[in-house]
Design a protein around this ligand. Structure first.
Ligand code: GLA
Length: 353
């Protein structure tokens, strides 16, 4: 079968659809996918024991749409794709800002490319997943998630310049520190519409500045903006700088600096880009002065917090945080220590389908 990892972005949030920089890596939690030729299309989720059977491809408003979107995009590149049964399993939390949807897209694209010998490159598959999300699912996302899931390597972060689509593997050695993910338990309900709204606001700012790309926008242009558009563009400019500074810090083994950038990024996402939420802010506020760094990750409006901390320090404070969070929001926080992973791959096991 095939497995496609989730991803975490160290820094560079909401920059990937604004011609900016991102620095994600793949994690060792996966969407698993097995496929078999069939007379009709069948989508089976082992987690939810849900099965969707279709004679013709159409929108289902379920998780199957991520695969259907990929099939339709592949057909544009490679002609008719015959029907298959798709079996899905997962140990990747869904809706937690870890990109389970892009993992599903890339798993499907990779599996079909492999079985049908389509000879598409990993970058092609990433772009097919990205188009499926934009054209069929309806989230006008950037290229970060699909690129990471297709191209990441274990023990590395992937620096992507989303303007040129150039990417570079950056060794990820955190010395005495580790990354943790805390899942707030808040699913991003408003996420998709607010995400597309942010995107439109950024386009509007570009028009106002009379520029074709954010690559042409500099700090001095901020004087021509005010209010909300000023805030959005300031976030993008600052966040791009933080990505470059984080890479520099990683190269110089200066992990302490990265912590500051994470807190700064959170503040900016909360105040300037306005994609955080009360529960996530509660977690980050609690962690201030207790860990090296923390921030919301992913699209926002819920999801997860990325924490950079020493293991013993983190283990000492997580119980207190869980207790306080439960008291306030009546939600049990879950968390895990993050490990890096390779991007999508085939592995010698099957699901007995
Ligand atoms: C979602 C999108 C990504 C990216 C992030 C925010 O995860 O799928 O393309 O825009 O939000 O950085």
């Amino acid at each position: 079968m095939y497995k496609a990892p989730g991803r975490i972005n160290i820094i560079g949030e909401h920059t990937d659809y604004n011609d900016g920089y991102v620095l994600p890596f793949a994690i060792d939690k996966y969407i698993y996918l097995d496929i078999k030729k069939s007379d009709t299309y069948l989508f089976h989720s082992k987690n939810s024991n849900q099965e969707i059977s279709l004679k013709n491809l159409m929108k289902t408003d379920t998780w199957a749409d991520y695969i259907i979107g990929v099939i339709l995009e592949l057909e544009k590149r490679a002609g008719k794709i015959p029907p298959f049964k798709f079996y899905i399993d997962s140990d990747l939390p869904i809706g937690a800002g870890l990109s389970s949807s892009a993992a599903l897209e890339i798993a499907a694209a990779y599996a079909l490319n492999d079985i049908l010998d389509l000879n598409l490159s990993l970058k092609d598959l990433a772009l097919i997943g990205w188009k499926a999300e934009n054209n069929f699912v309806g989230l006008n996302c950037g290229i970060m998630d699909q690129f990471t899931i297709a191209l990441a390597k274990i023990n590395h972060a992937l620096f992507i310049d989303t303007y040129t689509q150039k990417h570079e593997l950056i060794p990820l050695d955190l010395k005495d520190y580790n990354f943790y993910i805390i899942d707030s338990g808040i699913k991003h309900k408003l996420g998709n519409s607010e995400y597309n709204t942010r995107r439109n606001q950024c386009k509007k700012a570009l028009n106002k500045l009379n520029k074709n790309s954010f690559r042409e926008v500099a700090y001095e242009d901020l004087k021509n903006l005010n209010g909300l558009l000023f805030n959005r563009v300031k976030h993008i400019l600052d966040e791009n700088k933080r990505v470059l500074k984080t890479i520099e810090a990683l190269k110089n083994n200066n992990i302490e600096l990265i912590g500051n950038y994470l807190f700064e990024s959170h503040k900016s996402l909360k105040e300037l880009y306005e994609v955080s939420c009360e529960e996530i802010d509660f977690i980050v506020d609690f962690l201030k002065d207790k860990v090296l760094g923390a921030r919301i990750v992913g699209g926002g409006f819920g999801g997860s917090v990325l924490v950079l901390s020493k293991s013993n320090e983190f283990e000492m404070l997580i119980n207190e945080l869980k207790f306080k969070y439960k008291n306030k929001y009546n939600i049990d926080l879950s968390y895990f220590k993050v490990k890096t992973s390779n991007g999508v791959e085939y592995f010698e096991e099957d699901m007995n389908i």
